[in-house]
Design a protein around this ligand. Structure first.
Ligand code: SF4
Ligand code: SF4
Length: 62
């Protein structure tokens, strides 16, 4: 299973990663984006590429 790692302090809740994710892994939460369906992450890296603040630091397998 893969999922993105999000630095909450760096997230500005712009929603770019939510819109770009092909498998709806991410949703905007109260203070930052949240992983809501990690099981669906295909580790494509798109969310990392579109984030303007570098808040998504890596995609990890666990
Ligand atoms: S790596 Fe791809 S599938 Fe996984 S959360 Fe990011 S955009 Fe979605
Ligand atoms: S693209 Fe980056 S700053 Fe925008 S909501 Fe996603 S993690 Fe937060």
């Amino acid at each position: 299973m893969s999922h993105p790692v999000i630095e909450v302090d760096d997230c500005v809740s712009c929603g770019a990663c939510v819109d770009a994710c092909p498998t709806a892994v991410l949703e905007l939460g109260e203070i930052a984006v949240e992983v809501v369906d990690g099981d669906s992450c295909i580790a494509c890296g798109t969310c990392v590429d579109v984030c303007p603040t570098g808040a998504i630091t890596e995609i990890v397998d666990d």
